[in-house]
Design a protein around this ligand. Structure first.
Ligand code: SIN
Length: 501
């Protein structure tokens, strides 16, 4: 290739979490040349790296696992998709995580077996983990092994701005490499861009989870689905810069108490503190409102909090959180819906795939069961990567982005993001009222108009992230407006009269 030749690759993966890594690995194993783009300055800065609890296995009981997934989802998850997940779960873990990457999952004291943990909604201990830092211990060796692979290039600090499409077929992306709008043509493009944490003021995701893949796919005409199901984790630290207090802590015996020191979960659900996540999140929100605060009481842990969860205990110490009662509040955590895909991660657009949190496979329905997201990313990543090979890249006319004035007015993006997050927080949170959802739509449409006016004359990553966030927020709002039935994470309630804007 000369410097003027267009850049091409067989398979282009956008995103470097577990789903993107699995897709890259599977495509390279099939002999494809793979380029992984990530906008993070360090590829490990993906949501996967922040995953605490673990990765579920079937532990010899796929039927029981299936029942738990269905129950957590309010019976809205799709059985066919769950069957695909469970048929391949244990082999994928064995092949990639144990044999290829040799992840040192925690074992029992005598070393005879894995030290399986349990989280809310699981009827048995079936979750593999490394302390409560499972994501870090999976992702870093995964990226290191891809880095060593001679068919895979990982290009960091590079954002995808738009998809390149021609007659309904996707041919790659425009990236923000200089000159901005640099086309990368690919036989197949796989989106693995993660979730939407940046649309909410409090989230357990990295700050750059701006819904890029969902917006790019939707703007190119791909179907999206179930976007109203935004999952809130019940136990994030209730303070500045919230961090996750894994459900595994409750799995090992911790309990929630309200501001009067009382346990309240037994009144909300027969599984009490281990009820499905959406149920616990709403209960925590109500009890905080009624009694001033909710704490996670870690005193029941048999071997002590610091011994059982050393990394989280250290974070607490570093943040000056003393004692065994940790203040918690719900926090945006995971998008259960996304770009609509089939059992191979194929979207409704030719040669475009989506895997991981930006996709909607049907496995999660209206509420995801704990420790199934790494698993879904791994299984669908492998399936998509394998299926994606064998298409030649084609160089087509790519849209010309406007580079006349790349700079944005100072604070433009920050101010718009603040308005967007306030709107999502007030109107698209744990409970949704139809009138208020429609008000959110009006606010977001105005915001989109303001952002689009800049997109017509400028190009910068910040502006495109804002555009993607605004488009994704509007899509979530539209999905919430269209679904008048409560299920899982989408709880339709009465108007509470508050206003945003
Ligand atoms: C957690 O550790 O509580 C989160 C696990 C998950 O989101 O599946």
């Amino acid at each position: 290739m000369t410097s003027t030749d267009p850049e091409t690759t067989d398979v282009l993966v956008v995103g470097s979490g577990i789903a993107g890594c699995a897709a890259a690995l599977a495509a390279a194993r099939e002999g494809a040349d793979v380029l992984v783009l990530t906008k993070a300055t360090r590829p490990e800065d993906a949501s996967t790296d922040w995953a605490q609890g673990g990765i579920s296995t079937t532990r010899g009981d796929p039927e029981g696992f299936k029942e738990d997934i269905l129950a957590a989802s309010d019976d809205t998850a799709e059985e066919d998709a769950i069957d695909v997940l469970l048929a391949e779960a244990d082999d994928a873990i064995e092949d990639v995580l144990l044999e290829t990457l040799e992840i040192p999952f925690d074992e029992t004291e005598d070393g005879d077996d894995f030290d399986y943990t349990r989280e809310a909604g699981h009827s048995m201990r079936r979750i593999l983990h490394v302390d409560a830092e499972t994501g870090t211990h999976i992702l870093r060796p995964f990226l290191a092994s891809l880095d060593d692979h001679d068919r895979i290039e990982i290009r960091q600090d590079t954002a995808a701005l738009e998809l390149v499409t021609d007659e309904g077929r996707v041919h790659g992306v425009l990236s923000d490499e200089k000159p901005t709008g640099h086309p990368i043509y690919a036989g197949t493009t796989i989106l693995a861009t993660g979730g939407v944490g940046a649309l909410y003021p409090r989230s357990t995701n990295p700050d750059d989870a701006t819904g890029d893949g969902i917006a790019m796919a939707a703007l190119a005409g791909a179907d999206v689905r179930d976007l109203e199901y935004v999952q809130f984790h019940p136990t994030a630290y209730d303070g500045e810069d919230p961090f996750l207090l894994s459900e595994a802590i409750r799995g090992e015996g911790a309990v929630l108490r309200n501001g009067d020191g009382e346990r309240f979960m037994p009144e909300y659900h027969p599984d009490a503190d281990l009820a499905p996540r959406d149920v616990v999140s709403r209960a925590v929100a109500r009890e905080r409102e009624a009694t001033g605060e909710v704490v996670l009481d870690v005193s029941p842990l048999e071997d002590g909090f610091a011994a059982e969860f050393p990394t989280i205990a250290e974070t607490c110490r570093d943040r000056g959180i003393e004692g065994e009662q940790i203040p918690v509040a719900p926090c945006e955590h995971f998008l259960c819906g996304g770009i609509d895909v089939d059992e191979y991660g194929r979207t409704t657009l030719d040669r475009l795939y989506a895997v991981g949190e930006c996709s909607r496979t049907g496995v999660h329905g209206a509420n995801r069961l704990a420790s199934t997201s790494l698993l879904e990313g791994l299984v669908w990543g492998l399936r998509a990567g394998e299926d994606a090979v064998g298409r030649e890249s084609e160089v087509v006319d790519a849209p010309d982005l406007r580079n006349s004035d790349p700079a944005l007015p100072e604070r433009f993006a920050a101010e718009k993001f603040t308005r967007l997050r306030k709107t999502m927080d007030e109107y698209l949170g744990l409970e949704r009222d139809p009138d208020r959802v429609s008000r959110a739509g009006a606010v977001l449409r105005r915001l989109k108009g303001e952002v689009d006016a800049y997109v017509r004359t400028r190009t910068s990553r910040e502006l495109y992230e804002l555009r993607h966030a605004t488009v994704t927020a509007l899509l979530i709002t539209r999905a919430a407006a269209e679904n008048t039935e409560s299920a899982g994470c989408h709880r339709v309630s009465e108007d509470t009269g508050a206003t945003a804007d």
